[in-house]
Design a protein around this ligand. Structure first.
Ligand code: DGL
Length: 285
């Protein structure tokens, strides 16, 4: 019998696969913006959240590194018997999704396509703020142009955002100044739509809204990947009709730090487990 540990209990989901959890992962607290949408749109689903905090930020890594991390995470997720995985990380979605989809049996969803499809519903002059790796990959540009060949796309890599958010410096005046400089080239192009091309960035919503015109439409791909997940579960007959089990939070770095920084978005301090992958090098700071 293949079993998984959920909330300290050994669970076998092979008889009732719809009761198996959905796995979601990010480098850190960014995936909580996806988790929030899953709670809203799919309240019966049990979730395992993995934050690869020992190896963040992902957005300045090479494709080879991201691929290795994603493979390790998906292998672990498979051992946890998840029924589906959501890459709650644009960088992984941009650099690894197409490759690992061929390698793993479970359905894997990413953010780029749902984000691009939503963006073209709102405008034709589309700005994307993203990690340097996502911006450089042009994944959003390609997906948006494919969805609407008349759309124009401007992408800005924002290397300082993830460290500032992970350090909980959202309300630091320095963060506003950094945001102003990232947005400036996009506002100069008179964009009508702005895509959060990194799951960390919706945490900056109050700062970003204070810097953009009220008419500019903000697109959060997290909303749309949760909707895509609901559709996919329906299609596969995997929607859970039983009450959800409490979310399991697992990180590769310091559990206390993740617990503390995530509390402001979760409304409580979660219990956090640690898992170490073979190649995890924990940073010394
Ligand atoms: N939140 C992730 C993303 O959407 C990763 C950010 C990072 O670690 O640089 O790309």
């Amino acid at each position: 019998m293949s079993v998984s540990i959920f909330e300290g209990n050994l669970c076998d989901f092979s008889q009732e696969p719809q009761r198996a959890p959905i796995g979601i992962f990010d480098s850190g607290v960014g995936g909580l913006t996806v988790l929030r949408q899953l709670y809203r749109q799919l309240p019966n689903e049990s979730i395992i959240y993995f934050g690869d905090t020992a190896r963040l930020p992902y957005g300045i890594r090479s494709q080879a590194e991201i691929l290795q991390f994603v493979r390790e995470i998906l292998t672990w997720m498979q051992q946890q018997q998840v029924k589906m995985v959501i890459m709650a990380c644009n960088t992984s979605s941009a650099l690894a999704l197409e490759i690992v989809r061929e390698e793993f049996e479970m359905p894997i969803l990413g953010l780029i396509l749902p984000g691009a499809m939503a963006a073209v519903q709102h405008g034709k002059r589309i700005g994307v703020i993203a990690t340097p790796a996502t911006a450089k990959s042009n994944a959003y540009r390609h997906a948006i142009i494919e969805a609407d060949p008349e759309a124009q796309v401007w992408q800005v890599g924002c290397p300082e955002f993830v460290p500032l958010i992970e350090q909980n410096r959202i309300h630091d005046p320095y963060t506003t100044e950094v945001a102003r400089s990232y947005l400036e080239p996009l506002l100069q192009q008179e964009i009508d739509t702005l895509v959060y091309g990194c799951t960390h960035y919706p945490h900056l919503a109050p700062v970003l809204r204070s810097l953009i015109p009220a008419s500019l439409k903000l697109v959060d791909p997290a909303v749309h990947v949760a909707a895509a997940c609901a559709k996919e579960l329906d299609l596969l007959g995997l929607k859970n009709t039983y009450p959800a089990l409490p979310t399991r939070f697992v990180v590769s770095g310091c559990p206390q730090q993740f617990g503390q920084s995530s509390a402001q978005w979760l409304g409580c301090t979660p219990m956090v487990e640690v898992v170490c992958f073979p190649n995890t090098v924990v940073s010394s700071n």
